[in-house]
Write a protein that binds this ligand. Structure first.
Ligand code: NAP
Ligand code: COA
Length: 263
């Protein structure tokens, strides 16, 4: 145990896309550290496993159905959290969509689907939680980035541009909302083992091996390592940290390919 078990006691968290992959582990770790957790995504079937896990920890959890691209559904989602728990302290904008496609072939709908989920969704949900966080005189928003948003993102023009936008949104909201006591930070994963993201982007074993060779720490990340970075940013130890992007990628985006790739 790195953090105290009661780190988030009394706090209520909303995790978008919190039923699968990295989001499910984030939801689990927030609950394990005392938070009551609401999980929202389009398909409630995705929530079953994690809701059971959280309840077995003795914590309350709420499963919600919402598409982050739909402001009306997002308003209802936030109201449902407030109706159930009476407050909202933590938002994790984790929901995302992604697929590999050359920009030349990418249809406008394909571009729009991903930009709408990743960038517009993060904005819509952040704005929707603002009134309750303002009333409470504080809160924490964590946006999930991606390392490929730093440089060029071949075959990921939609997602790379959207995630780059999310990083700028993180900094802007951190400044605009600091006066309300709200901290806004990002956590940027490198490739994470056992996720839909990695299976979509690294189905080919050669791509996977080449990726691992380009990571100075020579392995893919673990879902828990993303959750632990979030716990730090939510903890009192990070009370003076806002607008930060905490990169959790084994050094991948340091551009060490030429020096670290052999052996
Ligand atoms: P994942 O399991 O596919 O999670 C994405 C989640 O988003 C799903 O639970 C999905 O649930 C939800 N979602 C998608 N569209 C939505 C919408 N319109 N409205 C509401 N929810 C929606 O993916 P993951 O690989 O764990 O990725 C989690 C996060 O980490 C993402 O932000 C991703 O970009 C980031 N990331 C991942 C990696 C990696 O290696 N996996 C690397 C860098 C960054 P529904 O289908 O039920 O809606
Ligand atoms: N290659 C090229 N285009 C693709 C594609 C692919 N692999 N997958 C979807 N598209 C295009 C579709 O053809 C469509 O465009 P069109 O109308 O011009 O044909 C457009 O994207 C929207 O597709 P649709 O399936 O209607 O979107 P959706 O809103 O139901 O789903 C996605 C959104 C496409 C992002 C879907 O992959 C998804 O739900 N992803 C969530 C899980 C995920 O991506 N996890 C990884 C997170 S990192």
């Amino acid at each position: 145990m790195i953090f105290q078990a009661d780190l988030l006691q009394g706090q209520v968290a909303l995790v978008t896309g919190g039923g699968t992959g990295i989001g499910a582990v984030i939801s689990h770790e927030l609950a394990r550290h005392g938070a009551q957790v609401a999980i929202a995504s389009r398909d409630p079937e995705h929530h079953r496993g994690i809701i059971g896990e959280i309840e077995s920890l003795g914590q309350e959890a709420l499963a919600l159905s919402a598409d982050v691209r739909r402001p009306d559904q997002v308003q209802t989602m936030v109201q449902q959290v407030l109706d159930k728990f009476g407050r909202l302290d933590i938002l994790v904008n984790n929901a995302a969509g992604n697929f590999l496609c050359a920009a030349e072939q990418l249809s406008y709908n394909g571009w729009k689907a991903v930009v709408d989920i990743v960038l517009n969704g993060s904005f819509i949900v952040s704005q929707a939680v603002l009134p309750s966080m303002k009333t409470q005189k504080g809160g924490n928003i964590i946006n999930i980035g991606a390392t490929y948003a730093w440089l060029a993102a071949p075959y990921l023009a939609h997602s790379g541009a959207a995630k780059a936008g999310v990083l700028n949104l993180t900094r802007t909201l951190a400044v605009e909302w600091a006066g309300y006591g709200i901290r806004v930070n990002a956590v940027t994963p490198g490739p994470i083992e056992g996720t839909e993201g990695v299976s979509r982007l690294m189905g080919n074993p050669q791509v996977r091996e080449a990726t691992i060779r380009s990571i100075p720490l020579r392995r893919l990340g673990k879902k828990e390592e993303i959750a632990w970075a979030i716990l730090y940013l939510l903890s009192p130890a990070a009370a003076y940290v806002t607008g930060h992007n905490l990169v959790v990628d084994g050094g991948m985006c340091l551009g060490s390919r030429q020096y670290g790739a052999e052996g």
